[in-house]
Ligand binder design. Structure first.
Ligand code: UN1
Length: 509
């Protein structure tokens, strides 16, 4: 291991924060900018986690060159052998799970149980994709002509640009890098500026696992500088991005001009439907977990609850009572339910939506930053619930990415379907009902990439496709074997062993 980071309580004499570096061509190196930026603990911003390289287009160019050079060898390494390195990496993550989880809570803020889940999701996808090294199926099919063989195989694209968000700082980079690498691509990884430490720890373990020099390159820094340089470089054949819709559009425009392969995973405005026949205690559990888990900072978070009118009052009572018991604080304390928002900008954004919400619905809980006592130095925001919100209100339409829930009353199931689907996004949805017919109708009717029955909107597992309809993405899927589609080209191969010219579509009449 090339670097270690101090994790845990600060001593009374805070040490100088450590400086971390890019990882290019198998070496840890400084940026050509000579500049660094800091990463802070969002639960207590006095806690500086470290200094990180302020990457430049020149750094990116070096990383892409290293990745392109390494690609020549990596793509010829048999896929099962590539998979063995993924297995080693998954095992190393499992060995270091607690250290990674604690580092994540410190840097990103999610509570420690959720951080462990995030790391586990990384382990799961590493093992799943390691197995793909021995599968990676193509088709072998009969030819329409005699003495002719027909088959299809997947081949790597080349250099993959991996641009990731801060909200799943281990899982999402793994969702992208594991399929890219097992398929024979090499990667240039640009993590979110809010979580460069998690990314560094991850890449340290990748190097230890045996990914060869140049196959994985890390460049930290700002999206405008580092991200754009990755997207624009002609030697990057595929880009995978998860983040905001605005940034997604920006990347899509630039990548589109160059006709690049691009996988986008963007916003969500996910709804939970509660029918009057639902188990309301179970629904309350699902809603609170989906709305306030990760402080609402998941693409899959539930920010809308669409409730049949007869269930509104009993559900509201349960939600309010239970939401009031949620404890805010540092996620390193196991008893805490809700950690901080990621940064001051996020607090401002959420606070702005509270003002919008006051004009649209009735605020029944929360609605302001939480700054009492130990929360004073963090970016905390009280779990917030609005009721009597209309489906087309702004707080029911725009992604807030914070602990803000809108309760939308509807008359019946058809009205619920309309409300669920009346948004530009389509990531996940859920319904609580005890009627099997209603459940099956929802599976058919909800226009989202993920549907849950009698569970909240979060908690996708890595062996199924993850992604959304409509403006949530651009048709690609992460996780599952569908993830390989982003990172491979198909090649159809015909072998004619007849010894004569056989013309398809003509000589087989
Ligand atoms: C995200 O928020 O971008 O389904 C990913 C879930 C997690 C992944 C969320 N497994 O909530």
């Amino acid at each position: 291991m090339t670097q270690t980071a101090a994790i845990g309580p600060r001593s009374s004499e805070p040490a100088e924060p450590p400086t971390f570096r890019h990882f290019i061509a198998g070496e840890w190196c400084d940026s050509t900018s000579g500049a660094t930026f800091e990463s802070h603990n969002p639960a207590d911003t006095r806690d500086v986690i470290g200094r990180f390289q302020q990457g430049t287009p020149a750094d990116v160019a070096m990383a892409i060159r290293a990745a392109a050079d390494a690609g020549a060898m990596w793509r010829r390494t048999p896929a099962p052998k590539r998979g063995e390195i993924l297995y080693r990496f998954g095992a190393l993550m499992a060995e270091h799970k607690e250290r990674l989880s604690r580092a994540m809570t410190r840097e990103m803020g999610k509570v420690i149980a959720e951080a462990r889940g995030d790391v586990q999701e990384g382990i799961d996808i590493a093992f799943l994709m390691a197995g793909e090294g021995r599968r990676m199926f193509g088709d072998t099919v009969p030819s329409e002509l005699p003495d002719k063989w027909a088959m299809s195989i997947r081949q790597p694209i080349g250099v993959a640009g991996i641009i990731t968000p801060w909200n799943f700082p281990i899982a999402i980079p793994c969702w992208k890098m594991m399929p890219a690498l097992v398929a024979g691509n090499t990667v240039v990884f640009k993590p979110a500026s809010d979580t460069p430490h998690c990314a560094t720890l991850l890449v340290e373990l990748m190097a230890e696992a045996g990914f060869p020099a140049g196959s994985v390159n890390l460049v930290t820094g700002a999206g405008g500088e580092v991200g754009d340089a990755i997207v624009d470089n002609p030697d990057v054949g595929v880009i995978s991005f998860t983040g905001s819709s605005d940034t997604g559009r920006h990347i899509a425009t630039r990548a589109g001009r160059k006709l690049k392969r691009l996988s986008l995973e963007l916003g969500g405005k996910n709804a939970i439907v509660v029918m009057s026949d639902a188990d309301l205690d179970l629904a309350t559990d699902g809603i609170l977990w989906s709305a306030f888990g990760t402080t609402g900072q998941r693409c899959t978070a539930a920010s809308r609850v669409v409730v049949e009118r007869a269930a509104v009052e009993p559900l509201m009572q349960r939600l309010e009572r239970r939401a009031r018991t949620l404890r805010l604080g540092s996620g390193l304390d196991e008893s805490i339910d809700v950690g901080p928002l990621i940064n001051a900008g996020a607090v401002d954004k959420v606070a702005g939506y509270i003002e919008v919400g006051r004009r649209e619905g009735e605020l029944v809980l929360g609605g302001e930053p939480a700054r009492d006592g130990e929360l004073a130095n963090g970016h905390f925001f009280s779990p917030t619930i609005f009721r009597d919100v209309m489906p087309m209100d702004r707080i029911a339409q725009e992604e807030i990415f914070g602990p803000v829930l809108s309760v939308i009353p509807v008359d019946d199931y058809p009205a619920a379907v309309t409300a669920v689907n009346q948004t530009r996004y389509g990531l996940s949805s859920s319904i609580f009902t005890t009627d099997a017919n209603t459940a099956f109708r929802a599976m058919r009717d909800f226009e989202t990439g993920i549907v849950y029955i009698n569970a909240g909107t979060t908690g996708a597992e890595t062996h199924l496709p993850f992604g959304g309809w409509k403006e949530t993405g651009n048709g690609h899927r992460e996780a599952g074997h569908a993830a390989l589609d982003t990172f491979t080209e198909w090649k159809a191969i015909y072998v004619d062993f007849s010894g004569r010219l056989q013309r398809a579509q003509i000589d087989n009449q």
